[in-house]
Ligand binder design. Structure first.
Ligand SMILES: Cc1ncc(COP(=O)(O)O)c(C=O)c1O
Length: 418
């Protein structure tokens, strides 16, 4: 009997599936060995952020070749901390109110909001239709004297041409934050996405390539930033900072266990999450391989099928990018544009759960209206195209067999005919 069934029997619990889709967007990646690591921490009763979190952070830094990594409770928290660090008074070169931050208009909500929450001004940049990542042409057009940073999003497991991008930001002295929340494990010219920027962020949410249930990582390049982020992550405490002793010596009258050095949040993970996350991280490569295998198998099956009428196109990644596919991303053929809702609904009803590309053109979201941002969604033609034609479906982390793939193809083609 498997461990999960045995535990379920003893505890009277059962595995719950939140959806009945044959091909759901979220497919649990948890294996018994990941759960055992989490259970071990629970049984030790020493569950809050401690040694295992540190071990995960060290392993992460080593593997990704990024000097400093700090685990947090979500990818959104990691994004918040990157921008909070950039405006923090302890930072020698900090951003000021109203400084401009570039961000692609196909973005996630919590890639954007930290910029606004930190008093900075987001300036949206259109994307490329071919790969949904930031358009370097539009990026160059949007740079002004006030541009200080770029919030780059690596979309769904691939990236833009990083060599060209790095040249642009170097020339214009722009700080780079890489939101790698959807693209952990992907590489550009053999270098991990997330290792190029001044800061980078990762998410281990349940539906991502690897998971710690909820969780994330923020990475940076120097000790100064690491200290700021560490204190911000944990109430503004001076505890555990490399300059802790110096701070204590300057503040001898204050109890060193309750010495507050900075402003702060509580964005800490638990060691339970760290243990599960680390166990999953150690298998990242194999998860990537299986997702890629499944993606190729589905695409091959669809385009070789006699029912294939180029109903969709699949995105092309830059030849220098080694993807870590998040899902199977597609663009609906223009001729079906008016049937989009019906087709997407059919797919869903028949068993293929699907969703927009990130959140579509974010300038079309109602929240934008409340924040008086001056840019208009209409001026982002490629993002609108992706908004109107793009969708993605889940990629399972277990190898699909021929029968599964045939089932996928049958549902796919049926969705276009009813
Ligand atoms: C690009 C991007 N950034 C940030 C996040 C936020 O990550 P989390 O869900 O861990 O808060 C997501 C979520 O999926 C995302 O897609």
């Amino acid at each position: 009997m498997s461990l999960t069934s045995e535990l379920n029997k003893v505890l009277g619990t059962k595995e719950i599936k939140r959806t009945n889709h044959l091909f759901p967007l979220k497919d649990s990646t948890f294996r018994n060995k990941d759960l055992i690591e989490g259970i071990k921490v629970i049984l030790s009763k020493d569950v809050t952020m401690s040694k295992i979190t540190k071990k995960f952070e060290k392993t992460f830094s080593k593997k990704m070749k990024i000097p400093y990594s700090l685990m947090v409770n979500s990818g959104s928290s990691a994004n918040l901390l990157a921008f909070q660090c950039l405006i923090n008074p302890y930072r020698k070169k900090r951003l000021k109110n109203g400084d401009e931050v570039l961000i692609p208009s196909i973005c996630w909500s919590t890639s954007l909001w930290p910029i606004i929450q930190c008093g900075l001004k987001p300036v949206f940049v259109d994307v490329d239709k071919e790969n949904f990542n930031i358009s370097l042409k539009d990026l160059e057009k949007k740079i002004t004297k006030k541009t200080k940073a770029l919030m780059l999003i690596h979309v769904l497991g691939i990236s833009t041409n990083m060599s060209k991008l790095l040249k642009i930001i170097k020339k214009n002295k722009i700080i780079l934050v890489e939101d790698t929340c959807e693209s952990i494990g992907a590489k550009y010219k053999k270098k991990s996405l997330g290792s190029f920027g001044d800061f980078s962020t990762f998410s281990f949410y349940f539906s991502h390539q690897i998971s710690s249930v909820e969780g994330g990582m923020i990475c940076c390049q120097n000790k100064e930033d690491e200290n700021i982020i560490k204190s911000l992550r944990s109430h503004g405490w001076a505890k555990d900072l490399s300059n802790q002793k110096k701070i204590e010596n300057k503040n001898k009258k204050i109890n060193k266990n309750f010495l507050f050095y900075n402003s702060g949040f509580n964005l800490r993970p638990t060691d339970i999450q760290a243990a599960i996350g680390l166990s999953q991280f150690n298998s990242l490569e194999s998860f990537i391989k299986v997702r890629s295998f499944n993606r190729n198998k589905i695409i091959k099956k669809l385009i070789q099928d006699k029912r294939w009428r180029k109903q969709v196109s699949f995105i092309n990644n830059d030849s220098n990018t080694k993807p870590s596919w998040f899902g199977l991303t597609m663009l609906l053929n223009k001729k079906y544009k008016n049937l989009k809702d019906k087709i997407f609904n059919n797919l869903d009803k028949l068993g293929i759960e699907n969703r927009p590309i990130i959140s579509g053109n974010f300038l079309r979201q109602p929240a934008i209206k409340k924040y008086n941002l001056k840019q208009k969604s209409i001026n982002f033609p490629n993002s609108n195209f992706v908004h109107d034609h793009g969708l993605f479906v889940g990629l399972k982390h277990k190898v699909l067999n021929d029968k599964d793939v045939l089932k996928f193809a049958d549902i796919f083609f049926k969705a276009f005919t009813i």
